[in-house]
Ligand binder design. Structure first.
Ligand code: ADP
Ligand code: ZN
Length: 716
């Protein structure tokens, strides 16, 4: 099997003197190229052996396990992706197959002065500043961090300002399961014992670890990790990328005496290579990672934890479209091991599976140490109105004043980056729109730009309206976090305030610094997007104000209410995690909406029940199945024609319904026109064969792409 978008494995000849077993990583010829591949099994025998090309060599790494290979096939079949394409996620670092070479890296040479005539350009200064503290880095890493070419690094080395050192592969620590954890409460003990027993049994089960924020779920699943390590097996913890914080890693290291191996998009090439290889060789007991960590070559996984299992970041929307939580359950099933899905607000899918006893359930009903859950109040924006072109209601302003007066911290939450989501001309009404996407351009005042949040387009804010030419008429509509920060500065000029959003904080390190600064109480008011909704623990934070609680409810998405509930619940969970009780205020135009009512009453199960009834009535997931086809291309007429042909060829029966083709809400995305078809079927229907037959009936021209999304989460 080659890690390329191919449906089938290819046959090769094993040359004399080479021994291969299934799973071996090999190098093989493919046309004029040499590519890596994985021995999948005996050949199909369709080509006579004299015409087969020989395997070039076998890599000296342990073979991919049988479970690993079955997993690739399973994901491919479920998501209707070519298996080779899925395999590519499992061999994502080809260089890891080669034995590591010691690598040249540089330190700053102490006391070295630039030779006469050597000009200290800005890039040169940046590199020396980077090396001021911190580990030795390779020329490529330095160039990347400093945003310059490697020749700049070489120039500094030739001038004698850098000290060359040879880097050995990253050494990963060994977490020690013998270290004692904290003494657990009775509930926590029972939960931990249950998980330990599942790990010890070495057989498949899925359990929902359902507990309010701050109840000690993390402490409890550490016990499951400890049990897996005790058995000499590995543990995998999946986190939504955004929650993978230095705070989490430090906490793990305190518990186990060494950090886990990390796997996420911020790793350097060298870290990826060393980690992949170490996992394959069985040298890594614990991996914590984002969804792609599921595809690492574990020799003998003993437990999987999916923390924040409800988080939609687990759905990969590009390339192979898959849901990492669901695939993790499949991985556990194939490997015969337990998996724990952890959340304070489980997905409806998981909740229904637990209610019907397909999954086991462990509950942690109370916050650790008696901390109480915050009070949630609704602010009715129809009555309690903010002043014109301002966004904070009088009652929220008063609460902020009171909180600051007693020396506590407050957070304002608005899940919208930038200054304003829409810019329009007051003279002619023209709206600034992205030329490549069906989306408005968002003003980022700090960066002095208009930006498209879908394709990344940036342009300066026009002084004159591009439509009518009037000058000084462009006006910002609606708030983003930057605009809320402006209002806060106006209201509380002496308060120390900061914005926390993915575009104002670059990378986990910056987030970590901000989090620490909040923890040290160097800030009074934090204005944040969902970057700050997750996991953090701030004892002095007692007020959370949600600027626009209705934001996620618009758009008619199947899971809009569920997601809004989960997000706001999580945001609310940031308040009152220490000794001081917390208070949460939600600004809404729909205080009677079931989501708002459930949040205010703390009636989680009531909300889930209502939501479940509505989905059951409509035959929607988790009670029915959905699959989407997204037809896209540059030529709108051709896209329309193919979409219509698919519509006519669609499978229809009493139970299977097709919705569309309809223009996608993002009818234009990155310059491609898009049409959607949605297949809706009973839960008992296997949708993959239906879709395969359907696509076989329609000729798809090469200029058109048809993406299949089984169990869609995004309807854009
Ligand atoms: P959750 O994951 O459910 O939000 P955590 O595991 O993060 O909860 O626990 C919340 C806080 O309480 C953390 O600071 C944690 O260290 C602390 N904590 C939880 N259980 C215990 C315990 N048994 N002993 C000491 N501290 C605990
Ligand atoms: Zn765009």
């Amino acid at each position: 099997m080659l890690p390329l978008p191919l449906r089938e494995a290819y046959d090769y000849r094993v040359p004399d003197g080479m021994e291969l077993v299934p799973g071996d990583f090999v190098e093989v010829p493919l046309g004029p190229r040499r590519v890596i591949g994985v021995v999948w099994g005996p050949g199909a025998g369709t080509l006579e052996s004299g015409r087969l090309k020989p395997v070039v060599r076998r890599f000296d790494v342990p073979p991919m396990t049988e479970v690993g290979r079955r997993f690739v096939e399973w994901v491919a079949a479920y998501t209707m992706t070519p298996p080779g394409f899925v395999l590519r996620m499992a061999v994502s670092v080809p260089s890891a197959l080669e034995p590591p070479k010691p690598m040249l890296a540089y330190l700053r040479k102490q006391g070295a002065e630039p030779p006469p005539g050597f000009k200290m350009t800005d890039p040169r200064k940046r590199i020396l500043a980077l090396l001021q503290d911190g580990p030795p880095r390779t020329p490529a890493e330095l160039a990347d961090e400093a945003g310059c070419g490697v020749t700049v690094v070489r120039g500094l080395a030739e001038a004698g300002l850098l000290e060359p050192v040879m880097l050995q592969p990253t050494r990963l620590g060994r977490p020690d399961w013998r270290r004692p954890g904290p003494s657990l409460s009775a509930d926590q003990r029972a939960a931990a014992d249950d998980l330990r027993a599942r790990v010890a049994s070495g057989s498949y089960s899925t359990v929902l670890l359902d507990g309010v924020t701050g109840s000690g779920k993390t402490e409890v699943y550490y016990e499951a990790i400890s049990a897996a390590l005790e058995q000499g097996k590995q543990a995998l913890v999946l986190l939504p990328e955004i929650a993978l914080s230095a705070q989490w890693l430090d906490r793990f290291a305190r518990r186990f005496g060494a950090p886990p191996a990390e796997w996420h998009s911020e790793l350097t090439g060298a870290q990826r290579r060393d980690t992949w290889r170490a996992v394959a060789k069985g040298e890594v007991p614990v991996v914590v990672g984002a969804r792609s960590a599921l595809f690492l070559p574990y020799p003998d996984l003993g437990v999987i934890i999916v923390d924040e299992e409800h988080d939609s970041a687990y759905k990969q929307e590009e390339g192979a479209i898959y849901h990492a939580r669901d695939m993790a359950v499949a991985r556990a099933h194939l490997g015969g091991l337990p998996i724990a899905l952890v959340s304070a607000t489980p997905s409806l899918e998981t909740k229904v599976n637990a209610d019907s006893h397909r999954y086991a359930r462990i509950e942690l009903p109370a916050r650790h140490g008696g901390a109480v859950l915050p009070d949630v109040e609704l602010i009715d924006l129809r009555r309690d109105r903010p002043p014109a072109r301002h966004w904070l209601a009088p009652s929220l302003r008063k609460a902020l004043t009171d909180t600051l007066a007693v020396g506590e911290q407050a957070m304002l939450f608005l899940n919208r980056r930038g200054y304003a989501p829409l810019t329009l001309c007051r003279a002619c009404g023209h709206r600034m729109q992205c030329p490549n996407c069906t989306a408005w351009l968002v003003e980022h005042r700090l960066a002095r730009k208009l930006q498209c949040h879908h394709c990344g387009l940036q342009q300066p804010l026009p002084h004159a309206c591009p439509e009518c030419g009037e000058e000084g008429t462009m006006a910002a509509c609606g708030p983003g976090v930057e605009r809320i920060a402006e209002e806060v500065a106006e209201l509380f000029p002496d308060a120390r305030a900061a914005i926390m959003a993915s575009d104002t904080l670059h990378g986990p390190r910056a987030i970590q610094e901000m989090v620490e600064s909040i923890g040290r109480h160097e800030l009074d008011i934090i204005i944040g997007t969902q970057v700050m909704a997750k996991g953090h623990h701030f004892p002095m934070l007692t007020l959370v104000g949600v600027v626009d609680a209705d934001l996620g409810l618009n758009g008619g998405d199947l899971r809009a209410a569920e997601r809004t509930y989960q997000l706001l619940h999580q945001v609310a969970g940031r308040a009152g995690r220490g000794e001081r009780p917390g208070r949460v205020m939600l600004q809404t135009f729909m205080p009677e909406h079931p989501v708002m009512q459930a949040l205010a009453a703390g009636d989680r199960d009531g909300f889930y029940q209502l939501e479940a009834e509505m989905r059951l009535e409509a035959g929607m997931p988790p009670f029915g199945r959905l699959a989407a086809l997204i037809v896209s291309g540059e030529d709108p007429t051709l896209v329309e024609r193919v979409a219509m042909a698919l519509g006519r060829a669609a499978p229809r029966s009493d139970s299977v319904h097709i919705l569309g083709p309809a223009p996608a809400p993002l009818a234009l995305l990155r310059g491609r026109h898009r049409r959607r078809l949605l297949l809706k079927a009973p839960r008992s229907t296997q949708v993959q064969p239906l879709i395969a037959e359907w696509l076989d009936r329609v000729e798809i021209p090469p200029a058109i792409r048809v993406q299949i999304d089984v169990d869609p989460y995004s309807f854009l």
